[in-house]
Design a protein around this ligand. Sequence first.
Ligand SMILES: [Zn+2]
Length: 358
Amino acid sequence: MPQRPGVASGRATRRVVSGVPSARAVPGEDPAGSRPIRSHPAGSPAAGSPSTAGTAAGNASVGVAPLIDAHGHVQADPFAQDLVSVLAAAAEARVVRLMVPGWDLGSSREAVALARAAAGSVVGIGPFPVPIDAGVGVHPHVATGVDDSTWEEICALAEDPVVLAIGETGLDYDRLFSPRQAQLENLRRHLALGRTTGKPVILHCRSAAGQRDAQDDLLAALREAGIGDEAWGRALQGRPPAILHSFSGPVDYAETGLALGLAISFSGLVFRRGEEPSAEVVRLVPPGRLLVETDAPYLSPPGAPRRRNEPAWVRVTAAWVAERRGEDPALVGERLVAAYDATFHGPTGVARVATARG
Ligand SMILES: [Zn+2]
Protein backbone atom coordinates (compact mmCIF):
# COMPACT_ATOMS: atom_id res chain seq x y z
CA MET A 1 0.00 0.00 0.00
CA PRO A 2 1.78 3.14 -1.14
CA GLN A 3 1.96 5.91 1.37
CA ARG A 4 2.97 9.49 1.29
CA PRO A 5 3.95 11.87 4.02
CA GLY A 6 1.20 13.81 5.75
CA VAL A 7 0.52 17.03 3.96
CA ALA A 8 -1.26 18.87 6.74
CA SER A 9 -1.05 22.61 6.45
CA GLY A 10 -2.53 25.34 8.59
CA ARG A 11 -2.56 25.50 12.35
CA ALA A 12 -5.97 23.98 12.92
CA THR A 13 -5.33 21.02 10.63
CA ARG A 14 -2.02 20.34 12.31
CA ARG A 15 -3.77 20.21 15.62
CA VAL A 16 -6.21 17.63 14.28
CA VAL A 17 -3.56 15.33 12.89
CA SER A 18 -1.02 15.89 15.63
CA GLY A 19 0.24 12.52 16.74
CA VAL A 20 -1.49 10.84 13.83
CA PRO A 21 0.67 8.87 11.41
CA SER A 22 0.73 10.02 7.82
CA ALA A 23 -2.52 10.31 5.92
CA ARG A 24 -2.95 7.41 3.55
CA ALA A 25 -4.76 6.07 0.57
CA VAL A 26 -7.76 3.92 1.42
CA PRO A 27 -8.35 0.80 -0.67
CA GLY A 28 -12.09 1.16 -0.75
CA GLU A 29 -14.43 2.26 -3.49
CA ASP A 30 -13.16 4.43 -6.27
CA PRO A 31 -15.68 7.11 -7.20
CA ALA A 32 -14.32 7.18 -10.73
CA GLY A 33 -14.55 3.42 -11.03
CA SER A 34 -10.94 2.80 -11.95
CA ARG A 35 -8.64 5.47 -10.63
CA PRO A 36 -6.92 5.05 -7.25
CA ILE A 37 -8.06 7.67 -4.77
CA ARG A 38 -4.52 8.64 -3.92
CA SER A 39 -4.29 10.24 -7.35
CA HIS A 40 -6.78 12.87 -6.28
CA PRO A 41 -5.31 16.35 -6.48
CA ALA A 42 -5.13 17.07 -2.77
CA GLY A 43 -3.77 20.51 -3.54
CA SER A 44 -6.53 21.49 -5.92
CA PRO A 45 -9.01 24.18 -4.89
CA ALA A 46 -11.83 21.70 -4.49
CA ALA A 47 -9.99 19.28 -2.28
CA GLY A 48 -7.49 21.58 -0.70
CA SER A 49 -9.24 24.81 0.14
CA PRO A 50 -11.12 24.72 3.43
CA SER A 51 -13.56 27.42 2.36
CA THR A 52 -14.37 25.74 -0.93
CA ALA A 53 -14.74 22.27 0.54
CA GLY A 54 -16.74 23.46 3.51
CA THR A 55 -19.05 25.52 1.35
CA ALA A 56 -19.59 22.78 -1.18
CA ALA A 57 -20.99 20.33 1.30
CA GLY A 58 -22.12 22.68 4.02
CA ASN A 59 -24.36 25.37 2.58
CA ALA A 60 -26.40 22.94 0.58
CA SER A 61 -26.99 20.63 3.47
CA VAL A 62 -28.47 22.53 6.38
CA GLY A 63 -31.39 20.49 7.65
CA VAL A 64 -33.53 19.95 10.68
CA ALA A 65 -33.05 16.22 11.19
CA PRO A 66 -29.95 14.88 12.90
CA LEU A 67 -27.75 12.62 10.80
CA ILE A 68 -25.11 9.97 11.30
CA ASP A 69 -22.23 8.82 9.15
CA ALA A 70 -21.69 5.22 10.17
CA HIS A 71 -18.66 4.83 7.90
CA GLY A 72 -16.39 7.65 6.76
CA HIS A 73 -12.64 7.39 6.17
CA VAL A 74 -11.78 10.95 7.12
CA GLN A 75 -8.23 9.88 7.93
CA ALA A 76 -7.62 9.22 4.21
CA ASP A 77 -5.31 11.28 2.02
CA PRO A 78 -7.97 13.48 0.39
CA PHE A 79 -8.83 15.00 3.80
CA ALA A 80 -5.26 15.70 4.86
CA GLN A 81 -5.42 19.39 4.10
CA ASP A 82 -8.90 20.42 5.21
CA LEU A 83 -10.29 17.97 7.73
CA VAL A 84 -11.36 20.80 10.03
CA SER A 85 -13.55 22.30 7.31
CA VAL A 86 -14.93 18.92 6.36
CA LEU A 87 -15.99 18.25 9.95
CA ALA A 88 -17.45 21.75 10.25
CA ALA A 89 -19.53 21.12 7.12
CA ALA A 90 -20.66 17.82 8.59
CA ALA A 91 -21.74 19.56 11.79
CA GLU A 92 -23.59 22.17 9.77
CA ALA A 93 -25.45 19.36 8.04
CA ARG A 94 -26.31 18.07 11.55
CA VAL A 95 -24.11 14.97 11.40
CA VAL A 96 -23.92 14.11 15.09
CA ARG A 97 -22.10 10.75 14.95
CA LEU A 98 -19.15 9.66 12.80
CA MET A 99 -17.57 6.22 12.71
CA VAL A 100 -14.07 6.23 11.20
CA PRO A 101 -13.00 2.69 10.25
CA GLY A 102 -9.41 1.73 9.51
CA TRP A 103 -8.45 -0.38 6.51
CA ASP A 104 -4.95 -1.38 7.60
CA LEU A 105 -2.70 -0.86 10.59
CA GLY A 106 -1.68 2.71 9.78
CA SER A 107 -5.20 3.92 9.06
CA SER A 108 -6.48 2.11 12.15
CA ARG A 109 -3.92 3.96 14.27
CA GLU A 110 -5.05 7.20 12.66
CA ALA A 111 -8.70 6.44 13.38
CA VAL A 112 -7.86 5.83 17.04
CA ALA A 113 -5.82 9.03 17.23
CA LEU A 114 -8.68 11.07 15.74
CA ALA A 115 -11.25 9.53 18.07
CA ARG A 116 -9.04 10.11 21.09
CA ALA A 117 -8.49 13.72 20.11
CA ALA A 118 -12.20 14.23 19.45
CA ALA A 119 -13.10 12.72 22.81
CA GLY A 120 -11.05 15.46 24.43
CA SER A 121 -12.89 18.28 22.72
CA VAL A 122 -16.25 19.88 23.42
CA VAL A 123 -19.04 19.34 20.94
CA GLY A 124 -19.58 22.39 18.79
CA ILE A 125 -16.29 24.02 19.72
CA GLY A 126 -12.81 23.63 18.32
CA PRO A 127 -11.61 21.42 15.50
CA PHE A 128 -13.91 18.51 16.36
CA PRO A 129 -17.50 19.66 16.00
CA VAL A 130 -18.57 16.06 15.36
CA PRO A 131 -17.96 13.21 17.82
CA ILE A 132 -15.72 10.56 16.27
CA ASP A 133 -15.57 6.83 17.02
CA ALA A 134 -12.97 4.46 15.62
CA GLY A 135 -12.91 1.05 13.99
CA VAL A 136 -9.72 -0.97 13.58
CA GLY A 137 -9.11 -3.70 11.05
CA VAL A 138 -7.81 -4.84 7.70
CA HIS A 139 -9.71 -4.42 4.43
CA PRO A 140 -9.99 -7.49 2.17
CA HIS A 141 -8.08 -5.62 -0.55
CA VAL A 142 -4.95 -5.72 1.62
CA ALA A 143 -5.60 -9.02 3.38
CA THR A 144 -2.34 -10.52 2.17
CA GLY A 145 -0.27 -7.76 3.72
CA VAL A 146 -0.90 -8.68 7.34
CA ASP A 147 1.77 -10.54 9.29
CA ASP A 148 1.45 -11.75 12.88
CA SER A 149 2.96 -8.67 14.47
CA THR A 150 0.65 -6.38 12.48
CA TRP A 151 -2.34 -8.39 13.60
CA GLU A 152 -1.17 -8.28 17.21
CA GLU A 153 -1.11 -4.49 16.97
CA ILE A 154 -4.60 -4.41 15.52
CA CYS A 155 -5.75 -6.58 18.43
CA ALA A 156 -4.08 -4.26 20.92
CA LEU A 157 -5.71 -1.20 19.32
CA ALA A 158 -9.07 -2.98 19.45
CA GLU A 159 -8.99 -2.78 23.26
CA ASP A 160 -8.93 1.03 23.22
CA PRO A 161 -12.15 2.52 24.63
CA VAL A 162 -12.54 4.84 21.63
CA VAL A 163 -12.62 1.78 19.35
CA LEU A 164 -16.27 0.81 19.01
CA ALA A 165 -16.01 -1.56 16.04
CA ILE A 166 -13.74 -4.08 14.39
CA GLY A 167 -13.07 -3.33 10.73
CA GLU A 168 -13.52 -2.68 8.12
CA THR A 169 -12.99 -6.18 6.85
CA GLY A 170 -14.95 -8.59 4.67
CA LEU A 171 -14.79 -10.02 1.17
CA ASP A 172 -14.30 -8.37 -2.21
CA TYR A 173 -14.53 -10.79 -5.09
CA ASP A 174 -15.18 -7.98 -7.54
CA ARG A 175 -11.64 -6.70 -7.78
CA LEU A 176 -9.84 -9.56 -6.02
CA PHE A 177 -6.86 -7.48 -4.94
CA SER A 178 -6.13 -10.30 -2.47
CA PRO A 179 -6.74 -14.01 -3.16
CA ARG A 180 -10.02 -15.38 -1.81
CA GLN A 181 -8.32 -17.63 0.73
CA ALA A 182 -6.39 -14.72 2.23
CA GLN A 183 -9.60 -12.66 2.40
CA LEU A 184 -11.44 -15.48 4.15
CA GLU A 185 -8.68 -15.99 6.71
CA ASN A 186 -8.56 -12.25 7.32
CA LEU A 187 -12.33 -12.18 7.78
CA ARG A 188 -12.33 -15.10 10.21
CA ARG A 189 -9.85 -13.55 12.58
CA HIS A 190 -11.75 -10.27 12.59
CA LEU A 191 -14.90 -12.16 13.52
CA ALA A 192 -13.04 -13.87 16.35
CA LEU A 193 -11.74 -10.48 17.50
CA GLY A 194 -15.26 -9.07 17.42
CA ARG A 195 -16.48 -11.77 19.72
CA THR A 196 -13.58 -11.55 22.17
CA THR A 197 -13.77 -7.75 22.39
CA GLY A 198 -17.56 -7.59 22.26
CA LYS A 199 -17.41 -5.04 19.44
CA PRO A 200 -19.44 -5.32 16.21
CA VAL A 201 -17.59 -6.17 13.00
CA ILE A 202 -17.90 -3.83 10.00
CA LEU A 203 -18.26 -5.97 6.88
CA HIS A 204 -17.49 -4.96 3.31
CA CYS A 205 -18.91 -7.38 0.73
CA ARG A 206 -18.84 -7.05 -3.04
CA SER A 207 -19.22 -9.54 -5.86
CA ALA A 208 -18.61 -8.96 -9.55
CA ALA A 209 -21.63 -7.59 -11.43
CA GLY A 210 -24.43 -10.12 -11.53
CA GLN A 211 -22.69 -12.46 -9.06
CA ARG A 212 -23.34 -13.21 -5.38
CA ASP A 213 -20.45 -15.49 -4.46
CA ALA A 214 -18.91 -13.02 -2.00
CA GLN A 215 -22.25 -12.58 -0.23
CA ASP A 216 -22.76 -16.34 -0.01
CA ASP A 217 -19.24 -16.91 1.31
CA LEU A 218 -19.70 -14.11 3.82
CA LEU A 219 -22.88 -15.64 5.21
CA ALA A 220 -21.15 -19.04 5.41
CA ALA A 221 -18.25 -17.49 7.35
CA LEU A 222 -20.66 -15.74 9.72
CA ARG A 223 -22.48 -19.01 10.42
CA GLU A 224 -19.19 -20.84 10.85
CA ALA A 225 -18.15 -18.20 13.41
CA GLY A 226 -21.37 -18.80 15.32
CA ILE A 227 -22.79 -15.34 14.76
CA GLY A 228 -26.25 -15.15 16.25
CA ASP A 229 -25.59 -17.76 18.94
CA GLU A 230 -25.65 -17.20 22.70
CA ALA A 231 -21.92 -16.59 23.07
CA TRP A 232 -22.09 -13.73 20.60
CA GLY A 233 -25.20 -12.41 22.31
CA ARG A 234 -23.42 -12.31 25.64
CA ALA A 235 -20.28 -10.78 24.16
CA LEU A 236 -22.09 -8.04 22.28
CA GLN A 237 -24.58 -7.24 25.06
CA GLY A 238 -27.45 -6.45 22.77
CA ARG A 239 -25.48 -4.83 19.98
CA PRO A 240 -25.64 -6.34 16.48
CA PRO A 241 -22.66 -8.68 16.00
CA ALA A 242 -21.83 -7.10 12.65
CA ILE A 243 -22.82 -4.44 10.15
CA LEU A 244 -23.31 -5.05 6.42
CA HIS A 245 -21.68 -1.77 5.43
CA SER A 246 -22.42 -0.03 2.13
CA PHE A 247 -25.02 -2.66 1.44
CA SER A 248 -24.80 -4.44 -1.90
CA GLY A 249 -26.51 -7.70 -2.74
CA PRO A 250 -29.78 -9.53 -3.29
CA VAL A 251 -32.82 -9.24 -1.03
CA ASP A 252 -32.55 -12.76 0.41
CA TYR A 253 -28.94 -12.06 1.45
CA ALA A 254 -30.19 -9.08 3.45
CA GLU A 255 -32.98 -11.18 4.94
CA THR A 256 -30.50 -13.82 6.08
CA GLY A 257 -28.23 -11.15 7.53
CA LEU A 258 -31.11 -9.60 9.43
CA ALA A 259 -32.11 -13.03 10.75
CA LEU A 260 -28.56 -13.37 12.10
CA GLY A 261 -29.05 -10.08 13.96
CA LEU A 262 -26.90 -7.90 11.72
CA ALA A 263 -27.32 -4.18 11.13
CA ILE A 264 -27.40 -2.84 7.56
CA SER A 265 -25.85 0.43 6.46
CA PHE A 266 -26.66 2.14 3.16
CA SER A 267 -24.31 4.42 1.22
CA GLY A 268 -24.32 6.31 -2.07
CA LEU A 269 -23.96 2.92 -3.70
CA VAL A 270 -27.77 2.59 -3.60
CA PHE A 271 -28.00 5.12 -6.44
CA ARG A 272 -25.91 3.04 -8.83
CA ARG A 273 -27.05 0.72 -11.55
CA GLY A 274 -27.09 -2.89 -10.41
CA GLU A 275 -27.94 -1.96 -6.81
CA GLU A 276 -31.72 -1.88 -7.34
CA PRO A 277 -32.42 -4.52 -4.63
CA SER A 278 -31.32 -1.96 -2.01
CA ALA A 279 -34.58 -0.05 -2.56
CA GLU A 280 -36.48 -3.10 -1.36
CA VAL A 281 -33.99 -4.06 1.35
CA VAL A 282 -34.18 -0.63 3.00
CA ARG A 283 -37.85 -1.26 3.75
CA LEU A 284 -37.07 -4.56 5.50
CA VAL A 285 -34.54 -3.33 8.04
CA PRO A 286 -35.85 -2.71 11.58
CA PRO A 287 -35.27 0.93 12.60
CA GLY A 288 -32.91 -0.12 15.40
CA ARG A 289 -30.54 -1.76 12.90
CA LEU A 290 -30.76 0.71 10.03
CA LEU A 291 -27.73 2.91 9.42
CA VAL A 292 -26.52 5.32 6.72
CA GLU A 293 -22.99 6.21 5.74
CA THR A 294 -20.87 7.91 3.12
CA ASP A 295 -17.84 5.59 2.85
CA ALA A 296 -16.08 8.92 2.26
CA PRO A 297 -14.01 9.72 0.27
CA TYR A 298 -15.73 7.20 -2.00
CA LEU A 299 -19.25 6.51 -3.31
CA SER A 300 -20.43 10.08 -3.82
CA PRO A 301 -24.23 10.23 -3.97
CA PRO A 302 -25.98 12.28 -6.66
CA GLY A 303 -25.12 15.96 -6.25
CA ALA A 304 -21.84 15.39 -4.41
CA PRO A 305 -18.52 15.90 -6.18
CA ARG A 306 -17.37 12.60 -7.62
CA ARG A 307 -13.76 13.40 -6.80
CA ARG A 308 -14.40 13.36 -3.06
CA ASN A 309 -17.38 12.40 -0.95
CA GLU A 310 -17.51 13.69 2.61
CA PRO A 311 -19.68 13.11 5.71
CA ALA A 312 -22.07 16.05 5.09
CA TRP A 313 -23.32 14.33 1.94
CA VAL A 314 -24.83 11.51 3.99
CA ARG A 315 -27.96 13.68 3.95
CA VAL A 316 -28.66 12.51 0.38
CA THR A 317 -28.73 8.85 1.37
CA ALA A 318 -30.72 9.61 4.52
CA ALA A 319 -33.31 11.43 2.39
CA TRP A 320 -33.47 8.39 0.11
CA VAL A 321 -34.06 6.16 3.15
CA ALA A 322 -36.94 8.36 4.33
CA GLU A 323 -38.45 8.47 0.86
CA ARG A 324 -38.18 4.73 0.23
CA ARG A 325 -39.64 3.93 3.64
CA GLY A 326 -42.33 6.58 3.37
CA GLU A 327 -41.25 8.07 6.68
CA ASP A 328 -40.80 11.57 7.97
CA PRO A 329 -37.14 12.65 7.54
CA ALA A 330 -37.00 14.05 11.07
CA LEU A 331 -38.20 10.74 12.50
CA VAL A 332 -35.71 8.86 10.34
CA GLY A 333 -32.93 11.12 11.62
CA GLU A 334 -33.77 10.50 15.26
CA ARG A 335 -33.96 6.77 14.61
CA LEU A 336 -30.61 6.77 12.81
CA VAL A 337 -28.94 8.33 15.83
CA ALA A 338 -30.59 5.81 18.13
CA ALA A 339 -29.57 2.94 15.83
CA TYR A 340 -25.99 4.20 15.74
CA ASP A 341 -25.82 4.33 19.52
CA ALA A 342 -27.46 0.92 19.89
CA THR A 343 -25.06 -0.57 17.32
CA PHE A 344 -21.77 0.91 18.40
CA HIS A 345 -22.18 2.14 21.95
CA GLY A 346 -24.59 -0.37 23.42
CA PRO A 347 -26.35 0.14 26.72
CA THR A 348 -23.34 1.56 28.57
CA GLY A 349 -21.98 3.53 25.65
CA VAL A 350 -25.02 5.75 25.37
CA ALA A 351 -24.34 6.96 28.90
CA ARG A 352 -20.76 7.67 27.89
CA VAL A 353 -22.01 9.79 25.01
CA ALA A 354 -24.38 11.69 27.28
CA THR A 355 -21.73 12.51 29.85
CA ALA A 356 -18.66 12.93 27.69
CA ARG A 357 -20.32 14.73 24.81
CA GLY A 358 -23.01 16.82 26.45
ZN1 LIG B 1 -14.92 1.77 3.80
